[in-house]
Every structure is written in structure tokens, then in C-alpha cells.
Design a protein around this ligand. Structure first.
Ligand code: MGD
Ligand code: MGD
Ligand code: SF4
Ligand code: MO
Length: 750
């Protein structure tokens, strides 16, 4: 840390990237007497240039939050007590190993939450633990979020992490569907300062079009807002494809040589004329035609879709069609279009072709739902916990997650967690979910751990590398997340809670390095011992990252390219390194067996049959519930920070004025929202920013439950929207939960 210390006047300044969302802003943090006293945007950060949102400044409040757990908790007679780490790990072993011995490995389930993906340990050090656990009952927030994108990318490009992102800073035309980056700061498209970047797009003469049932702040910035009916984007995108072919506007350009299935798309889209989809989308046919023509005519254009596309009943189709349109307009993999990043820590694939990617290698026990990325869909987690028989989940480990607030049919999740034989949570709050745990293992606070955005630099609109060492030293009696994961790995591999984490770290490193040094012809050939010795400088995820950076496209190759990148060199750049704009990667990046883009993968073609069937059906006119995000939230877990919850209540229902009259609702009144699974009563806000027939309620609220130990969050409890979202509503193609477009009934509440 000495490279960042400024000891003048007893204060020092430290720099780090904010880990809270995908935007990766650089923070400048003032440290006084061991406390972070001030946070501002780092003006010298190569990517964010001083931008930050209110959550960035709250990172210090989070670190110093008195409710944030510092020591492990074990529940005795229903009450949590602080214990030593040895005692806590022994309790995990005593609670889980007998269940595994008696009922087998699948008896312990795992649920990984969103912040896990935002930590180095979560990205790099969780594997050994999952492997040792050996359970098929692995679930994550991916199936209430972005699994459709992995599915589409895996099938089209051959790898589920080969994700095309809009070339935000160079595009002439940006079509955003179902994303609200003015509030979310962007997702699956890492870019700090979306507000500034969108304004820059307009200033350079570019056009911004937003498709969203609500006139969000992002839509408010757009030249054109199309207020679509929920879950109708697959119809709209199919119609765009239809128009591109019908009007001879499909111009894949050089991609024609690298794509299979172009003619098949022409056939598939044929019935989806703008007129045929008009009723489903609520968008007039002539506007759909105009949109297709604009996209085809723009010098460069990028189509980008997010939550509103993926968390609906046609999430898989809609997400896939985004890149189909990018290909057909010739915009995939060209500057200003949708491009693939080249992160510094991943090898740069040079030749097209590979093994491809599959899913459905096994199925869930109760519902027979397919595995995707080694995970089962979250919509069936309760089925697996509640249904007796061999393979039933009797104990659950949650990591950085709050399923009682984040998953559909939350009341059922709450009951199922309460009924478990044992529950272990790796988390630093006693929240709505972890209150059911028998053991809570809190990782050290966010300022005491190192950071590098392993996942997000692979979805970044520029190629960036930024490593942040811990800002504050980790107290001796705290544990970094990777140490917790490795301890759990040791327990589940039978070595016991007393075994040494360092030995496992060496083993994991050897497994990583070994194969790379055994390929004849590789510059690393025969250098295993030498490389392992050099890596001894670091521990845990740092060590893996050093190896990845050094063998990556800019790396020093352990001496092959002496001026190249190493972790030691990256650490010397507290504001990060800018490795330039995105560059074309096709064909080298394609890993499908054909070595081509598979424009019309079989599972998509099949599911398009479902869409076609609905094309001829009548459009139901029941109210549909959608979600919403706010700049000052982060899913369920930042409402304990006073500056983030001050101001008017945000857990309120948005209702269109016409609907308010129809349903008898008033501005200061309350509404009862009822669905198949439950009901909530919420304050009403009447606003014409929402489409008629659609109501919106944000997620992440509902903290006022017995046992929750988050004082501020309890005061600002709010209503848990997932008490009405339905676990039986999901996309059968991608298995993603349909959190948006939930049919509800709305009544005035007494
Ligand atoms: N402030 C803040 N930032 C966050 C988060 C947060 O909770 N708060 N969460 C983070 C996470 S985990 C994620 S995944 C990202 C999500 O990032 P985004 O996807 O950008 O965020 P959302 O606000 O969910 O945007 C979804 C939009 O889709 C619209 N929508 C709903 N249904 C439909 C539909 O059927 N069709 C169309 N076209 N639109 C629809 C909604 O009105 C909403 O505006 O945000 C991340 N950033
Ligand atoms: N209705 C509806 N439901 C939704 C959504 C929606 O739009 N609408 N969005 C969905 C989406 S996109 C997502 S990603 C999920 C998010 O839902 P979850 O994945 O459950 O995540 P959070 O609610 O953010 O809860 C995160 C937990 O992680 C803990 N935590 C934070 N940092 C760390 C860390 O470094 N280590 C550990 N071990 N713990 C940490 C926090 O204390 C908190 O308890 O919600 C989903 N649910
Ligand atoms: S935009 Fe995201 S990364 Fe940037 S300060 Fe806010 S929460 Fe942190
Ligand atoms: Mo998410």
C-alpha cells in the first residue's frame, strides 16, 4: 500500500474502483486515523474521469456501518452469538457433514448472489469450493437476471462469456431496449458515467432510441421513446428482422462470410410483419418500419437490451434477437456497433472454431429443468428444498445473496429457508435471508479487500485494467472472502475445518499453472517450477490474477515480453491503465464448432414456434407489473446507509392516470396488488410516465421482518415486490424468471 500513501497532515489518499455496480468508477478516498472520511470521484481515473454516483460516496459508510458484521455468528437457542473463526468453521462442519454423509452431496444446496460477481474472490476463488461441495443443487442470481445473454452468446458465438457490448463512445445510433442506465449505471456494458456518455452521443449528432413501457430517465433523454407492452420485445425484434429482409435492408457485410443461418432467419421472421405484431407490442406498424430503416441506414448502430428483455417470458428469444439484428445490419464487431472487449486477464483467442457450448447436461430433480452454466434455475429452488426424496436440499449455503427479497414468490422462499435443517451464509449483514442461517461468515469490509473487475472488464466499452489494493488494512480477526471459500473447500473435501488454507492456495495455483507449462511449443513450456516460485509473491486471487495478466494479451509472458504487464506493474497505476477502444475480434473469437456465428441456433428456432403460436392469439388486457431501479439503490443491500434512503418513499406503485380512474385509485391512497402467489399493499403514485395497463414497483425492499439486524433498513422497510412475482412464470428457453410483465389485479386498499 505504500505506493498510495500520503502521510502529510496525518491524512492520506487512496484510490480504488467502486465494487458496487458494473460501472467500475474510480474513487479517491481520504483516510484519517484509520477511517475513510471522504469519498469523491477520481478525476485521474482512466475510465471514469471523476464520475461517481451517490452509492460510490456511500462505500465508506458501508465499510464503517456498525450493523455490518465483523465476526462470525453462530445461532444458539435461536439467538446469534459472536464466535471465533475456528468455532464458526467447526460449526459449519458439524452442521453439514453429517447431512452429506447421510443423504449425499446434493443435500446441500448453494445460492450465489449478485455481489459475489463483483469481487475478485467471487470470480476467481469460488470454484474450488463449489467443486469440493460437489452438489448439483447450485443456483445463482443469474437466472433472475442475465442467463438469456449467456445462452444466446454460448450458442451463437461458442462461449457464454463472449458478450457483445454497445460501442457507446463511437456509435451513431443506440437502440436501448429494457434497460435504464440512467438509474442502473449500465449492465452487461461496463461504462462509468452513462449519463455523460449518452449526452456525448447526442452532442456528436448520434441518435438515441429507447424501448420501455415506462418513460424512464433514460427514455426521457432519448430522441424517440417507444412505450412497448411488457414481454413484447421478441415480437418487435422479429418484426425488425422481417422488415430488414422484406425491404432488402439486411446488409451483414463482411459478417456474411462468418455467419450461418442468415436465410433461415429470413424464413423464421416472415410471419412477423409489423402489422402482425402491432397488437402485441402496442407499437404502430409504421413506427416499427421506421425503426428498422433507421437502424439499417445509420452509419453505425448498436442494439442493446437488458433486464426488461431478459426477465420476461420470452427472455431467451428477445436477448438472442438483439445480436441477430446487430449481425443483419452489419454492426456486430465493427466500431460504433456491438463489439467484444479484449480484457488484459484473458487469453486472446486467435483462430475461429472450438468445441462450442452446450447446456442441459443434467436436469433438476423435481421439475426436470435443464442445467445452464452448471446451475439450475432459481425459479425451482423452493421445489428442491420442499419436495422430499433422495436429493432434496436439506441445507443451504447462501453467498452474497438475499433470496427472501430477490427471488419470485418470496413468501415461499422465506418459509423454505425457515424449514431447512441447516443454513450457512457468507454475508456481512443479518438480513431477511441470513436471519434464517445457523452460521454467518462475514467477509472483511469492502475497503479492506483488493479489487479487480474480473467479470466486468470482459464486458467493458473500452479495454481497461485497474487493480486496487486494500485501502485499509484488514484487522487480524477478520477474513478475506477467498480464505472463507478455501476453508469451506477444505471442509467439503473432507480435510476438515482445521486444514491449512495456504496449502490449498498452492494446490489451486499448481492446477492453474500446470497445464499451461506442459504444451510443447508454448513459451511457458517447462517453466512450471520457475513460474510457481514467482507467483509465491502473492496469495489467493491476487496470485491467480498475476498469472492471468502475465499470460494475457498484454502480459510479460514470464520473461517472453519483458516490458509486458504484471500485477506488480498494474499496482503501480492507481488510476488504472487504458488499453484502448474495442477492436474487431471476429473470426478469431468464434468458438462454435463451425467457426462461424450461428445466427439461428436450434433451441431458438424451436422457441420461435411458441412466439409464432402466440402471434395469432388475442392480446390479454390484464394489468402487467414491471420493476424499476433507482440510482440510490443496489438490489436489496444498501438501504442501511442513511444517505441512500433519505428523501421520499421509493417503494411506491406507479399507475397511469387513466388506470387510476378505472381502478379507483388516488394519489395519496394505497393500492392492493394481487397476483397468483400473493398480495402487497403499497402507496400509489399517479404518473403518465408509465404506459396504461402497466404498473411498476421496485424490488429490493421489505426489510422490516423479525430478526433483521439492519436498523436503518428496517425504518425504511418498504414493500417486497417479490411477494407478488410468480415463481411459476419463467422463460422456458433460458429458464430465467419472468419478473417483468407479471399479470396482477389492482384494487384500492382500505
Ligand atoms: N441504482 C441501481 N443500479 C443497479 C442496480 C440497482 O438495484 N440499483 N442493480 C444492478 C443489477 S444487479 C442489474 S442486473 C442492473 C440492471 O440494469 P438495467 O437493466 O439497466 O436496469 P432496470 O432498471 O431493471 O431496467 C430495466 C428496464 O426495463 C423496463 N422494462 C420492464 N419490462 C420490459 C419489457 O417487457 N420490455 C422492455 N423493452 N422494457 C421493459 C423497465 O421499465 C426498466 O426501465 O442494474 C445494476 N445497477
Ligand atoms: N422483482 C425483481 N426481483 C429481482 C430483480 C428485479 O429487477 N425485480 N432483479 C434481480 C437481479 S438482476 C439480481 S442481480 C438479484 C439480486 O439479488 P441478490 O443476488 O440476492 O443480491 P442482493 O439483494 O444485492 O443481496 C446481496 C447480499 O450480499 C451481501 N454482500 C454484499 N457484498 C458482499 C461481499 O463482498 N461478500 C459477501 N459474502 N456478501 C456480500 C449483502 O450484505 C446482501 O446481503 O435480484 C433479482 N431480483
Ligand atoms: S456508478 Fe456504480 S461503480 Fe460508479 S460510483 Fe456508482 S455504484 Fe459505484
Ligand atoms: Mo442483476
Amino acid at each position: 500500500m505504500s505506493d498510495q500513501m500520503d502521510l502529510t497532515a496525518g491524512e492520506r489518499t487512496a484510490y480504488r474502483t467502486c465494487p458496487l455496480c458494473e460501472a467500475t468508477c474510480g474513487l479517491e478516498i481520504t483516510i484519517k486515523d484509520g477511517r475513510a472520511v471522504h469519498v469523491r470521484g477520481d478525476r485521474d481515473d482512466v475510465f471514469s474521469r471523476g464520475y461517481l454516483c451517490p452509492k460510490g460516496t456511500a462505500l465508506a459508510d458501508l465499510h464503517h456501518d456498525p450493523d455490518r458484521l465483523r465476526r462470525p455468528l453462530v445461532k444458539k437457542e435461536g439467538v446469534f452469538r459472536e464466535v471465533s473463526w475456528d468455532e464458526a468453521f467447526a460449526a459449519v462442519q458439524a452442521g453439514l457433514m453429517p447431512l452429506i454423509e447421510k443423504h449425499g452431496k446434493n443435500a446441500v444446496g448453494l445460492y450465489l448472489g449478485n455481489p459475489n460477481a463483483h469481487t475478485m474472490a467471487g470470480a476467481l476463488a469460488v470454484r474450488p469450493f463449489i467443486k469440493a461441495l460437489g452438489s448439483r443443487n447450485v443456483f445463482s442470481a443469474s437466472t433472475v437476471d442475465q442467463i438469456p445473454k449467456h445462452l444466446a452468446s454460448g450458442l451463437m458465438f461458442g462461449h457464454p462469456a463472449t458478450i457483445a457490448v454497445p460501442d457507446l463512445d463511437r456509435t451513431d445510433y443506440l437502440l436501448i431496449l429494457g434497460a435504464d442506465p440512467m438509474e442502473s449505471n449500465g449492465s452487461l456494458a461496463t461504462a462509468p458515467d452513462w449519463p455523460g456518455r449518452l449526452r456525448a452521443l447526442k452532442e456528436r449528432g448520434g441518435r438515441l432510441v429507447v424501448v420501455d413501457p415506462r418513460r424512464t430517465r433514460t427514455a426521457g433523454l432519448a430522441h424517440w421513446h417507444l412505450a412497448i407492452r411488457p414481454n413484447a420485445d421478441a415480437f418487435l425484434l422479429m418484426a425488425l428482422v422481417q422488415v430488414l429482409f422484406a425491404e432488402d435492408l439486411a446488409r451483414p457485410g463482411r459478417l456474411a462470410d462468418h455467419a450461418l443461418g442468415i436465410d433461415q432467419m429470413k424464413e423464421l421472421s416472415r410471419p412477423f410483419t409489423p402489422e402482425a405484431v402491432e397488437g402485441h407490442t402496442g407499437i404502430p406498424a409504421d413506427q416499427i418500419r421506421t425503426l428498422a430503416r433507421e437502424l439499417a441506414g445509420a452509419p453505425s448502430a448498436a442494439v442493446y437490451g437488458r433486464m426488461g428483455l431478459s426477465t420476461v417470458g420470452y427472455g431467451g428469444l428477445a436477448t438472442w434477437l438483439v445480436d441477430v439484428v446487430n449481425v443483419l445490419t452489419g454492426n456486430l464487431d465493427r466500431p460504433g456497433g456491438a463489439m467484444f472487449p479484449t480484457p488484459a486477464h484473458l487469453p486472446k483467442k486467435q483462430k475461429p472454431g472450438g468445441k462450442g457450448w452446450t447446456f442441459g447436461r443434467w436436469a433438476s430433480r423435481v421439475g426436470g429443468f435443464p442445467e445452464i452454466l452448471g446451475e439450475l434455475p432459481a425459479h425451482t429452488l423452493c421445489d428442491e428444498m420442499e419436495t422430499p426424496g433422495e436429493g432434496q436440499i436439506r441445507a443451504l449455503i447462501t453467498i452474497a445473496s438475499n433470496p427472501v427479497i430477490g427471488l419470485p414468490n418470496a413468501a415461499r422462499v422465506d418459509r423454505a429457508l425457515a424449514a431447512l435443517d441447516f443454513m450457512v451464509s457468507v454475508d456481512f449483514y443479518v438480513n431477511a435471508s441470513t436471519r434464517h442461517a445457523h452460521v454467518i461468515l462475514p467477509p472483511t469490509g469492502p475497503l479492506s479487500t483488493a479489487h479487480y473487475d474480473v467479470n466486468f472488464y470482459n464486458m467493458s466499452v473500452r479495454n481497461i485494467a485497474h487493480y486496487s489494493p486494500p485501502v485499509l488494512p484488514m484487522p487480524d480477526d477478520e477474513r478475506d472472502k477467498w480464505e472463507i471459500f478455501y476453508k469451506l473447500a477444505l471442509i467439503f473435501s473432507g480435510q476438515g475445518s482445521g486444514a491449512d488454507v495456504g496449502t490449498l492456495d498452492d494446490f489451486v495455483t499448481a492446477v492453474l499453472v500446470g497445464p499451461a507449462t506442459q504444451k510443447p511449443g508454448s513459451p511457458l513450456f517447462g517453466k512450471e517450477a520457475e513460474i510457481l516460485a514467482e507467483l509465491k509473491l502473492w496469495k489467493g486471487p491476487d496470485r491467480m490474477l498475476d498469472f492471468m495478466l502475465r499470460t494475457g494479451p498484454h502480459g510479460d509472458g514470464f520473461g517472453v515480453n519483458p516490458d509486458g504487464l504484471t500485477l506488480a506493474k498494474l499496482r503501480e497505476q492507481p488510476h488504472g491503465i487504458d488499453l484502448g477502444p474495442l477492436e474487431p475480434r471476429i473470426p478469431g473469437i468464434l468458438a462454435t464448432p463451425s467457426g462461424k456465428i450461428e445466427l439461428a441456433p436450434e433451441p431458438m428456432v424451436q422457441d420461435a414456434g411458441r412466439l409464432k403460436k402466440q402471434l395469432g392469439e388475442k392480446v390479454a388486457d390484464e394489468p402487467l407489473l414491471i420493476g424499476r431501479r433507482h440510482l440510490r439503490t443496489n438490489n436489496s443491500w444498501m438501504p442501511n446507509i442513511p444517505v441512500l434512503v433519505k428523501g421520499p418513499d421509493r417503494s411506491v406503485l406507479f399507475v397511469h392516470p387513466d388506470d387510476a380512474i378505472r381502478w379507483g385509485l388516488t394519489e395519496d391512497g394505497r393500492a392492493k396488488v394481487v397476483s397468483r402467489v400473493g398480495e402487497v399493499t403499497v402507496p400509489v403514485r399517479i404518473t403518465d410516465e408509465i404506459r396504461p395497463g402497466v404498473v411498476s414497483l421496485p424490488h429490493g425492499w421489505g426489510h422490516d421482518l423479525d430478526g433483521v439486524q439492519m436498523a436503518t433498513a428496517r425504518e425504511h422497510g418498504g414493500v417486497n415486490v417479490n411477494l407478488v412475482t410468480d415463481d411459476e412464470r419463467f422463460d422456458p428457453l433460458s429458464q430465467n424468471s419472468a419478473l417483468n410483465g407479471v399479470p396482477v389485479r389492482v384494487f384500492p386498499a382500505a
